[in-house]
Design a protein around this ligand. Structure first.
Ligand code: GLU
Length: 552
């Protein structure tokens, strides 16, 4: 047996499965030519950052638009970052925003798909099998350097201002013999397994990032750790083996990983794998004090996705917004195709921002208002009720107590060519509907200042007498106009402007007084529809109360 083989047996005598076995267990996927396989690969911290959601959205979209596969892999090689139910929280976080996985972890214990296990802590033997192969080929070795030795190397390199890490003269155990390794292991010395890097300092590598384009960097020369002291892999090595065996075509991830690409490409190379395509996403930015900075978990409440759930942004609106951030041409497409399904839009990596998409909460609200305006009253009812169940007891009760009434409210100025855009998120709804419910309405009447109390009383008393709840939508305004003229108001604002001294005001002022009496507000959706929903008894009661209120 050659010495490399002996070394491999010494370190991994218990590993019987070979890389060839794994190649058979996880064959090339049976998918269409050009179909993209992507993954979301978080640590099980439970926390889903907006940037993570954005990445998952891109990964899902890229896979879906090519009939590919999107899977969830849990990277739990760093046990310090783990929290209880961390996996379930991430799965729920994704589901809440409609990002369903085709394969992968579903909870802490369940998974689906035939390329698993999808949790790295359950794949230790697979990684070890590949490291064993590398040792056999003389491309990896056990390194017994102690913490003190590593620290002194680091200090030495810092003082000389040279590349930190284990390579060249600093790689003390690169050529360790089987005999010495055996002696040390018997002695109970701890070790890691390192790559014997084939890189050289004077060479550079080039690769084409799917988002950022051509990138050139120095080749990796570090003998990076593949397996830690406890036999579990480092992120670098686990990524290589997993993305190969899970047949990932596109590694889409945050651009903090760009500097690791030379290591990763080298690992793919020494393992004999075809490297995947890399797409590095720039961080989501936010404008502040005229400059830009990264959206921050610490400073920005909107960095946590729970923020959107609690505020009640529907997932369809979040999708719209994520696509707006993802592809610069999406907004124009949406404008030209207001009623098309978002899935008909052709997502392209080439249209992604290299500098980092700019997060803007006002824009999100606009996008969401647009989206909500396209929903039917039933859809709005269902979504608001769903949200209110967990977030607004009072509203929830009102909505379920009288479903028909609530749906009639949501139907106002909806389903027509130009629907209103008053609601940005479900937390706006309580205020939006408040005057329809005595439990919510504060009865503050915001009467205009330009008419006297007497004039307003006169308007309301007259209108109370002529109000006909059975009149049709096109009859009510003419009747208000006729009444306005009979009380000395101009029949149109234009007429009033020409001769302000000849009138008490114009028809708009008159309608305004009726509006405030019925709803408390100066601005509302269509007043006729509102009064129809309130019902004539309630409308009459409100006119009476408003007259009393004006009389003081
Ligand atoms: N586990 C890594 C992270 O959470 C994943 C990076 C990747 O997608 O490859 O940052």
């Amino acid at each position: 047996m050659d010495s490399n083989k002996q070394m491999a047996e010494l370190l991994f005598g218990n590993i019987t499965e070979t890389p060839d076995d794994y190649e058979r267990i996880y064959p090339k996927r049976n998918i269409e030519e050009g179909a993209v396989v992507t993954r979301f690969a978080p640590s099980p911290t439970g926390f889903l950052h907006f940037g993570g959601l954005f990445a998952a959205f891109i990964e899902k979209t890229a896979a879906k638009s090519t009939n590919g596969v999107f899977y969830l892999r849990i990277e739990d090689t760093d046990k310090k970052r783990e929290v209880e139910n961390g996996v379930s929280l991430i799965v729920k976080g994704l589901n809440d925003f409609g990002i369903d996985i085709d394969e992968g972890m579903m909870s802490e214990t369940e998974e689906k798909g035939s390329y698993g296990p999808y949790m790295q802590s359950r794949r230790t033997e697979i990684y070890q099998s590949y490291v064993k192969m590398l040792v056999e080929k003389g491309l990896a070795y056990p390194c017994f350097m102690t913490e003190e030795e590593l620290a002194s190397v680091r200090e030495n390199q810092e003082s000389k201002k040279i590349l930190p890490g284990i390579y060249g003269e600093f790689a003390k155990y690169r050529d360790i013999t089987v005999e010495e390794a055996e002696k040390r292991i018997k002695n109970g010395d701890e070790y890691v397994v390192r790559l014997k890097s084939p890189g050289s300092a004077d060479k550079r590598i080039k690769f084409k990032d799917v988002i950022k384009g051509e990138i050139e960097m120095p080749e990796n020369i570090l003998d990076v750790v593949l397996l830690k002291k406890d036999g579990t892999p480092t992120y670098h090595f686990a990524h290589t083996v997993d993305d190969h065996l899970m047949r990932t075509t596109h590694v889409i991830r945050g651009d903090e990983w760009i500097s690791s690409v030379p290591i990763h490409l080298q690992l793919f190379y020494v393992c004999g794998f075809k490297a995947p395509k890399y797409a590095h996403i720039s961080p989501i930015m936010k404008e502040e004090y005229g400059g830009k900075r990264k959206l921050s978990k610490r400073k920005d409440p909107e960095a946590a996705v729970s923020y959107y759930r609690e505020a009640g942004y529907p997932k369809g609106a979040i999708w719209e917004y994520l696509m707006t951030l993802a592809n610069s041409n999406y907004e124009d497409w949406r404008l030209a195709n207001p009623n098309e399904d978002i899935n008909s839009f052709k997502f392209a990596f080439s249209k992604m921002s290299k500098a980092g998409a700019l997060f803007d909460i006002v824009k999100l609200a606009d996008v969401s208002k647009n989206y909500i305006s396209t929903l039917s009253a039933e859809e709005v009812y269902d979504m608001v009720t769903d949200w209110a169940r967990d977030n607004n007891d009072k509203l929830y009760k009102l909505l379920v107590d009288d479903e028909e009434y609530a749906k009639a409210i949501f139907a106002i100025e909806r389903g027509n060519a130009k629907p209103r855009k008053d609601i940005a998120s479900w937390s706006d709804v309580e205020n939006y509907v408040s005057y329809f419910y005595s439990e919510l309405w504060d009865k503050e009447l915001d009467f205009p200042e330009n008419l006297s109390k007497e004039d307003m009383i006169e308007i309301l008393e007259t209108y109370r007498d002529i109000y006909d709840p059975n009149a049709g939508a096109d009859e009510w305004f003419p009747s208000v106009r006729d009444m306005a003229v009979s009380l000395g108001y101009a029949k149109a604002p234009k007429e009033y402007k020409k001769n302000p001294d000849s009138f008490k005001g114009h028809v708009g002022d008159v309608a305004g007084v009726i509006r405030v009496a019925a709803t408390g507000r100066r601005n509302t959706p269509d007043l006729y529809e509102i009064m129809q929903v309130l019902g004539s008894d309630e409308v009459m009661k409100r006119f009476d109360e408003a007259i009393e209120n004006l009389r003081g």
